[in-house]
Design a protein. Structure first.
Lengths: 117, 619
């Protein structure tokens, strides 16, 4: 079994979305928690991140499929280009070579990592 | 109401164009077929079916079908379902195509190739057209097309849809090479991984492409400068619509008046002449006068669409529209509705979310369409003095602006209420692609305008013609007995109905002349002016009453309160049966039509009531 506590954390080591909580050394826990919690709507403008997974919204199960179809797939580069005013909704996101405008709720389905695998 | 599939062109192989949205498929279609295309509808749905044809160098005729853009064959919207079903040969009445041409954008193969792989999995004869090769070259993207062809197992042909001969390679290939189905292979589970593999082998991209897009977007998407740019653009467009269209409008109305005069001079007096001049020409003529304004507005909308700017505008307005229960995608249909709600409502087909689409359709009639302008001009001219306010603002102009704003604010309010009424707390998706900016293509613009003109004339001309004839009949018959005194109009069906309506409309200040004019006024908004002219002409035993004379008559005979009340009535009342007919068509539901009619007339009566009573108290 992975003993994450004995090596520095890397994105590829992170468990898949519904995995078990790993046992962690206290010093690593905050960093991982931060990275685990990040969804696309929390990414600041201009910062590059990578897609980890796309989850479903309970009452809109087709969103995950659509997001994946247009390129939100694990490992793909994403960047938030602009945000609407006020409230930061919707967002303009560059994914791969395409640019899409997404609502915050859609962006919240996309889990990201701020460091490359 | 179902429509049969119309196969408008005969003979020859059938080529279907498929691809993601924004791949340039429609430009390619226009380039291949030019004006030899017809638009109809797929049976039972409101998705448009575009078929055209071209003649290859060998003389063979090819039919081309432009299928709706789709990100995937796992269809999410009615558009995509059509593409999926037609490609698989499952759509009733549509024969299987001979060749599928999958169009991909050379500057974004990362997104577009995935769909090409899905289409390949269908096992039908196909060709991949790599479009926008010129843009890719300009950005320094290098593509190894022969290698891509080897890897995909289907012919890969470069195209530049915007150029005149840009599809030549495709046409030559279709003409000379037999296209067979791709070799069968194991179904690919992870399409994106396969796309990555193909890209690694065949595409080399510089690290930063699309620099112009980013620079333009820095302004266009900026919360302050972006909205400012949009505001300035909108202002310019409206200025252009009202000033550029004016000479064309005058030309149309002069032509109609000339033709009417010719008929009056050359035909004997009688019902046929009356039908032709007072009925058909008067009714159709007033509608045709608006065609120049509609075309100018559409030209701007098409240019904005082609340039890729409109999704940026949709993004900027989305927040405000979302709060009101609409979507950023509602912007274009509602903008079109300022010219005429009919094409505006038809444009709601681009809104995928059914609730957003319905809300947009329901409030589109509240946008101040150009047909209201003759009524507004008449009433403002009659009752509002030519003064300046604060030294610079024209009082009449201010009131016109206020009427426009009232329409917009009411629309936002109504859609907000609809959202609350339906307890709509669900999340709505937007997922709107912002394509690269590109220079609008003149040929596409011309074809787009021609198509919209045709559609407008067909719909409006059809129903308005029918209704104008009907209403002329109601206003002319039964004719008064020879010894009758008083108004000839009083004896007709319309007259009797008008008098019967009077008590109902007294609280809002409408006299019997207005009530009578409202009946033919149901056909189209601008008809009210003509009807009022008819009422006062027939009641004054004058040959005809010109609009300026009507303005004076109205100013002297009506109270200011009545004039204002009628103005407000026209903000809300759906005095346009064609709009209601289009609502029926686009929603496929009579219930929605009755709801729209009911709430719009209800609002109109309420607003007029408040206006009239307040104005009377104040005067």
């Amino acid at each position: 079994m992975n003993t994450l506590s004995s090596r520095p954390a890397a994105a590829c080591d992170l468990p898949r979305a519904t995995g078990d909580a790993p046992t962690l050394a206290p010093t690593l826990a905050p960093t991982l928690a931060q990275t685990l919690a990040q969804t696309l709507n929390e990414l600041p403008n201009g910062k590059v991140a990578w897609v980890r997974s796309v989850s479903n919204l309970a009452d809109a199960p087709e969103w995950a499929d659509r997001l994946e179809e247009v390129g939100f797939i694990p490992g793909e580069r994403v960047m938030v280009m602009a945000r609407g005013m006020p409230g930061g909704d919707p967002l303009v996101v560059r994914v791969g070579n395409s640019t899409f405008a997404l609502r915050r709720a859609e962006a919240a389905c996309v889990h990201i990592a701020t460091s490359a695998a | 109401m179902t429509e049969a599939i119309i196969h408008v062109h005969r003979g020859g192989p059938l080529v279907a164009l498929v691809g993601n949205p924004n791949c340039g498929k429609t430009t390619l279609f226009n380039g291949l077929t030019g004006s030899r295309q017809k638009v109809a509808n797929y049976a039972g749905v409101t998705v448009e079916r575009k078929e055209g044809y071209f003649e290859a160098p060998s003389g063979r005729r090819f039919r081309v079908l432009d299928l709706p853009g789709a990100y995937s064959l796992e269809a999410a919207s009615p558009d995509e379902m059509i593409t999926r079903d037609v490609c698989r040969g499952h759509f009733p009445g549509e024969p299987p195509q001979d060749v599928l041409v999958c169009v991909v954008d050379a500057t974004n193969l990362r997104l577009h190739l995935r769909f090409a792989l899905e289409v390949r999995a269908l096992g039908r004869p196909m060709v991949v057209a790599v479009n926008m090769i010129d843009a890719a070259q300009r950005r320094g993207i290098r593509l190894d097309l022969p290698q891509l062809e080897r890897e995909l197992g289907v012919p890969v042909i470069p195209t530049v849809a915007v150029r005149k001969a840009g599809a030549a390679a495709l046409v030559t290939h279709l003409d000379t090479q037999p296209v067979g189905p791709p070799a069968a292979r194991e179904p690919i589970v992870d399409l994106h991984a396969e796309v990555r593999r193909l890209l690694a082998l065949t595409v080399s991209m510089p690290s930063r492409t699309a620099a112009i897009d980013e620079r333009l977007d820095r302004i266009a998407l900026h919360p302050i400068f972006g909205l400012l740019t949009l505001g300035v653009l909108m202002f310019l467009i409206f200025q252009a619509v009202f000033s550029w269209a004016a000479p064309l409008q005058d030309a149309v109305s002069a032509a109609v008046a000339g033709f009417s005069g010719f008929l009056e001079g050359s035909m004997p007096d009688g019902p046929l002449r009356s039908l032709l001049t007072d009925g058909i020409l008067a009714g159709l003529g007033t509608v045709l006068e608006f065609l120049p304004q509609i075309l100018v507005l559409f030209a701007f909308i098409l240019v904005l669409e082609e340039s890729g700017y409109l999704p940026r505008a949709a993004f900027l307005l989305d927040r405000m529209m979302f709060v009101s229960g609409l979507s950023g995608r509602s912007f274009i249909p509602l903008l079109s509705s300022f010219a005429c709600a009919i094409p505006g409502i038809m444009a709601t087909r681009s809104i995928q979310d059914p609730r957003d689409r319905l809300a947009t359709i329901m409030v589109a009639p509240l946008m101040t369409c150009s047909a209201r302008l003759p009524v507004y001009a008449l009433l403002i001219g009659a009752f509002i003095p030519r003064q300046t306010v604060g030294g610079i603002f024209n009082l009449q102009g201010l009131l016109l602006f206020a009427l426009y704003m009232a329409g917009i604010v009411s629309a936002l309010l109504v859609s907000w209420l609809m959202k609350r009424w339906h307890h709509d707390r669900a999340e709505h998706a937007l997922l709107l692609e912002l394509p690269s900016y590109r220079l609008p293509n003149l040929r596409d613009l011309a074809l787009g305008l021609a198509e919209r003109t045709r559609i407008f004339l067909r719909r409006v001309g059809g129903i308005i013609l029918a209704l104008t004839i009907l209403l002329w009949f109601l206003s002319s018959y039964p004719a008064p007995p020879p010894d009758a005194v008083g108004n000839a109009l009083d004896y007709s069906f319309a007259g009797r109905l008008g008098h019967a309506m009077e008590p109902l409309f007294a609280p809002i200040g409408f006299n019997w002349q207005i009530c009578i004019a409202l009946i033919p006024g149901l056909a189209a908004r601008e008809v009210a002016v003509a009807s009022l002219a008819t009422v006062y002409a027939l009641s004054n035993d004058n040959a005809d009453v010109v609009a300026s004379q009507l303005s004076q008559i109205v100013a002297t005979e009506w109270s200011v309160a009545t004039g204002l009340s009628l103005l407000v009535w026209y903000i809300y009342a759906p005095m346009c049966l064609s709009t209601l007919a289009v609502i029926r068509r686009e929603t496929n539901s009579w219930r929605q039509v009755w709801i729209a009619t009911g709430y719009l007339f209800g609002l109109a009566y309420l607003a007029s009531l408040v206006t009239y009573q307040l104005a009377r108290l104040w005067a």
